[in-house]
Design a protein around this ligand. Structure first.
Ligand code: ADP
Ligand code: MG
Ligand code: MG
Length: 208
């Protein structure tokens, strides 16, 4: 997977976030402050523009530039967290001209570890971690088993969807939704929903 692959991922992510902007914002209206779709649309639009203005030479640089732009433009809780996702991935991929499936899986694992470190959330706290962590495990497991990257990413997306769904009946222990206590039970976490979109965009890039 070369630099063009990762730029295609960010472009697909920007399209998906724009298309689901209202849905993400409505999820956040129920258990947060009604800005998640707006925040991410602003951030991914800026990331796409940054990649066009300063074409990256490597996958690592594409992801680092994306992460830095998200931190600058998204704000709130998800800006630094998604910024960390992409910056950790960029660091993990280093200066290589292309990423192997193993390297991609390791980069996603590093991203999840970075989010957990920064936000202090664990699985079951009803955050984006509930989608990202199982997706990372599914991706690593499939890649280690020799599964083609397209199918490995199918498994990752399915695991993220399952994780986001499994968090619906939980009570949030991190982020704004945690202020609601039991009143957040029964609602889908907006960050878990957007993480599913980002992983689906990655799969879309892999399918060309
Ligand atoms: P804000 O809550 O600041 O308005 P957003 O609405 O953009 O930020 O993002 C909210 C999402 O961020 C939540 O749905 C949740 O998934 C995620 N989130 C919030 N706090 C944390 C945390 N400490 N760790 C992991 N994810 C978090
Ligand atoms: Mg919000
Ligand atoms: Mg906010």
């Amino acid at each position: 997977m070369d630099t063009g692959f990762f730029v295609a991922w960010i472009e697909a992510a920007a399209r998906a976030v724009a298309a689901d902007r209202e849905r993400l914002t409505e999820l956040d209206a129920a258990i947060g402050d009604a800005d998640h779709g707006i925040n991410l649309d602003r951030g991914f639009t800026a990331a796409r523009e940054a990649l066009a203005a300063d074409p990256p030479a490597t996958p690592g640089r594409a992801l680092t530039l994306t992460g830095t732009t998200l931190i600058r433009k998204v704000g709130g809780a998800s800006g630094p967290l998604y910024g960390t996702v992409f910056r950790q991935m960029g660091t993990a991929l280093g200066p290589a001209a292309a990423a192997t499936p193993d390297a991609l899986a390791d980069a996603v694992a590093a991203a999840v570890a970075g989010v957990e470190r920064l936000g202090g959330a664990r699985e079951g706290d009803k955050t984006m971690v509930d989608a990202l962590a199982p997706a990372s495990r599914a991706l690593s497991g499939a890649v280690r088993a020799g599964t083609a990257i397209e199918e490995a990413l199918d498994a990752a997306v399915a695991a993220a969807e399952d994780g986001a769904r499994a968090a619906i009946p939980l009570r949030a222990r991190k982020g704004r939704a945690s202020y609601l206590g039991d009143r957040g039970i029964g609602h889908e976490d907006p960050g878990a929903a957007s993480s599913v979109l980002l992983l689906a965009a990655l799969r879309q890039a892999a399918r060309g």
